[in-house]
Structure formats: C-alpha cells, structure tokens
Design a protein around this ligand. Sequence first.
Ligand code: AMP
Length: 474
Amino acid sequence: MSFAALGLSEEIVRAVTERGYTEPTPIQAQAIPVVLSGRDLLAGAQTGTGKTAGFTLPILQRLSTTAKPASSKAPVRALILAPTRELAAQIEESVREYGKYLKLHSMMMFGGVNINPQIQKLRGRVDILVATPGRLLDHVQQKTVDLSHVEILVLDEADRMLDMGFIRDIKKILALLPKQRQNLLFSATFPDEIKLLADGMLTKPAMVEVARQGSTAELITQRVYPVDRERKRELLAHLIKEHNWHQVLVFTRTKHGANRLAEQLGKDGIPALAIHGNKSQGARTRALAEFKSGELQVLVATDIAARGIDIIELPHVVNYELPNVPEDYVHRIGRTGRAGSEGEASSLVCVDERKLLNDIERLTKLEIQVVQVPGFEPDPRIKAEPILNGQNRGGQNRGGGQRARNPAPARPGNHPRGGTGGKPAGGQGAGRSVAPPKGSGGGKPALSPPREGRKAPGGNTAIPALHRFGGRGR
Ligand code: AMP
C-alpha cells in the first residue's frame, strides 16, 4: 500500500516521502480514504499510531482540490481543535510540512501568549486553523475570527479535551460552525461523555480503530528499576551516565518535582530542563527545540505538558514516578519506540508505588521486567508511605533522612496477571473496523511482552518478578 494508492496527490506524496514515510500506517490506510470521501469519521487511535497524518493529509488534499479563488484574505475552511498548545503546535507543523507544495495557509492559535499577533495573522489568509478551545473562544468573543465557512472540523484527542474540562467550550464552538460540514473525531478511549459528544456531532460516521502499532509497541523495552524513594535521583543520574543516554524524556508527577529534578540533574552535570504549564510559552518552546536538536540531554515533564511532544526516534522515556492513573503510563511510554525505532521505557519504582505498578501491569496485561542495579537495592526496613494528592513523595530528596511519616504499608496482595501469557493486548496493530463505540474504551494499547532473560545494558541482569524489590517485603 502506498500513499499514492490512497488517492493523495503528487504534491502531498512528495512531501510525505521527503519526511521519510514509505507507507501508510494502519490508521492512515483506513482514515485517509474515508476523509477523502467526505464522510464523517470516528477514529479510535492514540498518539504514536500516525493519526495526525491520518487526518491532515486528506484535509490538505480536499482543500487543495476544491480551491477557493486565490485571495490574500479567505475564511477558515478547516478547524482542528487540540487539547494543548504543544499538540496544536505539532499538528500545525505537520500541516505545514505535508502541505509545503500546496498553496494553503495554516495557523496555530493557543493561549498563554499575546493575542495581538494572532489577530494580525487572522486578517490574512488562513485556510486551516489549529487551535486550543479557550483561545479560539477569546477570538470569537473579540470577533477576530470567522468560523462561518468551516467545511471540516477535527477534534483531536477528544478524551483528553474532556478530561481537561473543555466540553463546554467545544459545545460553544460547535454551535458557531455551519451545520453542513465534515466532522472527524479522534480519541484514544471512548467513555460515555465521548460517545454522547460523538452522537451529537457526527452523521453516519465511518468508524476505524487501531491498536498501537504492533511493530512499534514491540520495539519498546520496558523495565522496572526498584530503588528507595530517596535515591531515585542518584539512580537516574547513574543510569544516564552509565549508559550514556541522550534525549531522555523524564516524567514526574508534579510541576514542582519536575523543576527540582531538572535543577538537581544539572548539578550532577547532566543538562536538563523542566517543561510544564507554569513555564512561559517561550521557555517551553526553547526547551523543546533544544531537546529535539539533541543539545539538551534530559527534558523533565509532567503528563499534561508532555502531550503532543512528537520527536521521531525518542530513545528513552523514564518514569521517575509512576503515574497515578495507569492509562498515563501507556501514554508516557508511547513517546518512545515510535514509527519503527527502538525505545526504552524505564520506571524507577519505590516501595510506595507497588500498587501503582500492579495497576499498570493489570491494565497492560504485562509483567514488566525488573532490573536491580547493584548498589541500589531497596532497604527492606523502609516502609511504604502514602502518595498524597499526587504530591510526589518518591525521590524528591525531601531531606531529613528516611523517616516514615504516617506509614501505611502496602498490602502485599496478589500480583495481578492478565493471564494472556504475556501476549500484547489488542492485536498486532493491523487496523480493523469496529462496531460503534459502545462499552469499554476502544483502542486498548498493545504493549510489548518483556524480553525474557535479556540482559539490560551495562550488564545488569534482569531478575524474575518474584525477586522484585530485592525479593523482600512482598
Ligand atoms: P502521531 O500518532 O500522529 O503522533 O505520529 C506518531 C509518529 O509517527 C510521528 O513521529 C510521525 O512523524 C510518525 N509517522 C506518521 N506517519 C508515519 C508513516 N507513515 N511512516 C513512518 N512514520 C510515521
């Protein structure tokens, strides 16, 4: 299957080829013909599947073939809504890159930056607008954007938008659009709210769903490194130096934790910056650019800030702290092993996080390989402490030694296993059509089974799960 065979024009195929794509991913192979046909689309696909090109390519094609008279001013014809500024920026970058041989104009729009340059830009020609909902509504209020000619609407990462409280904004925006239009809704999961939104918004949609690309997911090597909460930073610095890791994306639970960790790594001689919602847009853009170019060795991010970071061949993702929600683990590690490149996802896990690890393994139906780095064996006398309000207690070097305040020992419990013999959930990523999104979340990710008996880099031997956390205290 080639991009040309999907009905894409020579200009688009050329741009895509130059980007290095040789064939469409499953979501692209399914979504592109549907979008080209003008039908509404409901797509179950998460980041890492190639979904962005799945909607941007056919949109570019449709708009370029139904050309409007050349003019320096033209109304917005395609509106793409995304939950975060980073994602909006990435999408618009894709639009520009894939559309570089076409005469279409795009613009991104998000909050947190001066509105005036956006107003200025809207006075010119904008065929494709990529926006976050809040800032778009600011423009609507100021009457600086005209949405009355929108022909195609995309809601990308709709579930995230709902999580972030954008449902009212989305409804307001929908009410401003022409009734006659094509709608595309992309979401990784389908909770009831999304189904309701889809029901109200889509007309006889085609439905496609893909699991994470099997070939991609299988390329992610996942490891758990048991360590005491107070020694996480030390272990992270050790791993980075020992294995000479570059382009390491590290996740913390809190903004404060991200800042502190970046600072501390800097003191360890490892160039690191934090990226999160409290940083100015300029600082975030600069950090991302340096990270992408390889200048910056480590980027520390919170889950929300990391949405939309799209770096081809990101080799290392580290969970400095496990996320409270197991689905976020899947999102996080989806940042590596993308589109055919190999990746490693490493989790530094302290005694407080056992339950979180159990939840992740239950969701992914995997038993993640455990690697004990010699010299970092957890002290069995340290008891689990509760993780309060998402506040990071693990590994932030709170000082004051290893006091166990309000100790709440983790229940040893059974280690839940999905019983699939370590097979990835959700198939091998071949796209497949699905029934309407009733019931449970579509797009269950397929993750790689642990590579048994494999030696970790640097010679740390993987040890069986029975000996997790030094084989003690379970
Ligand atoms: P997305 O799911 O849209 O965030 O894309 C995931 C990654 O796959 C991005 O780094 C894209 O640049 C890359 N990608 C998208 N389509 C293809 C393709 N057909 N072949 C190879 N890589 C692709």
